[in-house]
Design a protein around this ligand. Structure first.
Ligand code: 4AD
Ligand code: MG
Length: 434
């Protein structure tokens, strides 16, 4: 294989390689020409290394090629590894030969560009060190989620993206023309997942989800990825345990296996490894008491807003489980708590630091009439949910499930200021390009 002839930059940056000749390939990250030395910082997916080409030491044509390079040109470089304390990373390549695979045009990204411009050229900004580090961590997060559920005996399964109706709430739906009909992009897999339970009992998915939220916030995407799980026979506590376990598993694995990337982003890997279930738990009613002491009075029955969640999280340095929200403001499928009919058997998990909701979950109502009432109150037509009610007609069992917003989790893990950098190509209220 051609690949075997090439050393990864990360592997060249090592004492073991000193004095050895290596072949590298990648892209020009920086380029500087002095009187008789050309410095090329070479980047590949594994790292960055300095390569030097000295006039007189290399054939003239090699020196000329090194001199005319432009940022982001693709190249192959042959050279000898030297230890050099002045070089970034402590090692450098004494260049011997150079092949220009493609000489780039002038790269449009330089220093100090506006956030808007960087979003316009997202297809090029994706090569930045920040995005490379986030994307590597994102890959590890997905890997960890699959591993966690697989280890627990959950089946991976899928629900449709095109759906006839709403599962969460009406106004956030994206309409799509489906031949001569109107259908909607999925907001959650949940209703379909519940119908699959009698077949597989414990299931999960990782899927895109869509919300037509016209909000410009740091935590909303119109298209985001979610990890969702649904389990037969699980009650609220089982479900909370499953989602806490997932968050700790991801934090542990990313903390252990992405140390370099985390540090570059300003996140201490040890902090992530200190995130272990069980998390602290309070009820909605207890949350209101904490907020009141902080001078933020919320009327019982109103949902927590962003600034209230953020204030609440100033008291915690780990994720927090908030449970038993008022039944009347919850989605139709969240059941009444038999011990306190004013609240539902549901919970959210809030992240520390940024203080946003990363998980939402609940037990599922088994009472068709209660659900019909709640749907009507929310302005929905219960007739559209007949397929869903069938799960309650033919062998209903207690069950629970949750959804985790993967970009929100990545945003917290990577200490990002905005959710858009947790995904390669963000779709938000104002942007659907490139
Ligand atoms: O809380 P939500 O709306 O819950 C549901 O959709 C349930 N049906 C999930 C389930 O029980 N299977 O959404 C779940 C999570 C939220 O906690 C949040 O992390 C994320 O999805 N989320 C978003 N992430 C980014 N941008 C948005 N616009 C999001 N909306 C929800
Ligand atoms: Mg929610």
């Amino acid at each position: 294989m051609e690949e075997e002839k090439f050393t990864k930059v990360e592997d060249a940056l090592s004492k073991k390689q000193v004095g050895k000749e290596v072949n590298l390939r990648g892209w020009v990250y920086r380029h500087r020409v002095t009187k008789d030395v050309v410095f090329v910082l070479l980047r590949d997916s594994s790292g960055i290394i300095q390569c030097t080409f000295k006039k007189g030491d290399v054939p003239e044509d090699v020196y000329d090629k090194a001199e005319q390079l432009k940022i982001e040109s693709s190249v192959k470089i042959k050279g000898v590894v030297r230890e050099d304390k002045r070089a970034p990373g402590g090692f450098e390549i004494e260049g011997k030969d150079l092949e220009i695979v493609h000489l780039a045009e002038r790269f449009p990204i330089g220093r100090d560009l506006s956030e808007e411009f960087l979003l316009d050229v997202r297809h090029l900004w994706i090569r930045s060190q920040k995005m490379i580090n986030v994307l590597k961590i994102r890959s590890k997060v997905f890997e960890s989620i699959h591993e966690y559920f697989r280890n627990k005996g959950f089946y991976l399964t899928h629900s449709p993206i095109l759906t006839p109706g709403s599962a969460e709430s009406g106004p956030d739906l994206f309409e799509v023309k489906f031949f001569d009909r109107k259908v909607y992009l999925t907001q959650t897999w949940q209703l379909y997942a519940e119908t699959i339970l009698p077949a597989l009992e414990k299931i999960y998915t990782i899927t895109p989800a869509f919300r037509a939220e016209k909000s410009r916030t740091i935590r909303h995407l119109a298209e985001y990825w979610t990890a969702e799980a649904e389990a037969a026979w699980y009650n609220l506590d089982d479900c909370i345990g499953l989602s806490e376990g997932l968050i700790s598993y991801v934090c542990q694995k990313v903390g252990r296996e992405c140390k370099k990337e985390l540090k570059t982003l300003g996140r201490d890997p040890d902090y992530l490894m200190s995130i272990k279930a069980p998390f602290p738990k309070i009820t909605y009613t207890e949350a209101l008491k904490i907020l009141e002491k902080d001078g933020m009075k919320v009327r019982w029955g109103k949902d927590l807003r962003t600034n209230e969640e953020r204030q609440l999280m100033t008291h915690y340095d780990k994720p927090l489980v908030v449970s038993h929200y008022p039944k009347d403001i919850m989605a139709f499928y969240k059941p009444r708590d038999p011990n306190n009919p004013k609240v539902a058997l549901c919970y959210d998990i809030l992240s520390p630091e940024i203080g946003i909701e990363i998980v939402g979950g609940s037990e599922r109502d088994l009472n068709i009439e209660e659900m019909k009432k709640a749907l009507k109150k929310a302005g929905e037509d219960p007739k559209k949910y007949e397929f869903y009610f069938d799960t309650r007609r033919y062998g209903a069992v207690p069950h629970s499930g949750f959804g985790l917003g993967i970009e929100r989790l990545i945003m917290w893990i990577c200490k990002l200021d905005h959710i858009r950098d947790a995904i390669p190509f963000p779709r938000t209220f104002r942007r659907c390009n490139p």
